[in-house]
Design a protein around this ligand. Structure first.
Ligand code: MN3
Length: 201
């Protein structure tokens, strides 16, 4: 019995067109994410880690095999990523909009700072909006690390994440990561981010 399974998407592979293309979504979900799930199960099943939640594994990931860090992170990060996107996107409103304005001055200023974190992450990794000690902050991590892990500089609860591995954008955008980042803002599901914020703050 495998501990973890690949989550279904709440939308079709072409739902995020034209900003994120169907083929990228299909390969990203069925090959990349599925690969992290398969390798994570291989790393934990039959060991003392079997039955632990992802959050539990992340909290003391430095004491686990590297395969748990890479593939547990990969599974957590992609599960979050799919959930915070939807076709047509949305705009932040209510409490999360107020919190963004309060932390960053304005939504445009938040977008600039987040985009800069995503664009300047060297090589493969992620940009994050986190709740840390009750406040919003922007961070980025290499590879499949995330702010729940005990190995990162700044810990927190991620409520929005952007995958800047080349596999997330290369088919459509090639080397133009900033263009991918800019277009991704059109498919953010701010209702889901608001829900995560309400739970984490
Ligand atoms: Mn990815």
């Amino acid at each position: 019995m495998s501990s973890f399974s690949l989550p279904e998407l709440a939308y079709s592979y072409d739902a995020l067109e034209p900003h994120i293309d169907k083929m990228t979504m299909e390969i990203h979900h069925t090959k990349h994410h599925n690969g992290y799930v398969t390798k994570l199960n291989a790393a934990v099943d039959g060991t003392e880690l079997e039955g632990k939640t992802l959050e539990e594994l992340m909290a003391d990931v430095s004491s686990h095999p590297t395969a748990v860090r890479n593939n547990g992170g990969g599974h957590f990060n992609h599960s979050l990523f799919w959930s915070i996107m939807k076709g047509g996107g949305s705009s932040p409103s209510g409490e999360i909009a107020d919190a963004l304005n309060s932390a960053f001055g304005s939504f445009d200023s938040f977008k600039d700072d987040f985009s800069n974190a995503a664009a300047t992450r060297f090589g493969s990794g992620w940009a994050w909006l986190i709740v840390s000690d009750g406040s919003l902050a922007i961070t980025s991590t290499p590879n499949q690390d995330n702010p729940l892990m005990d190995v990162v500089e700044k810990k927190g609860t991620p409520i929005l994440g952007l995958d800047v591995w080349e596999h997330a954008y290369y088919l459509k955008y090639q080397n133009r990561r900033p263009e991918y980042i800019d277009n991704w803002f059109n498919v953010i599901n701010w209702d889901e981010v608001a829900n995560r914020y309400a739970t984490a703050k």
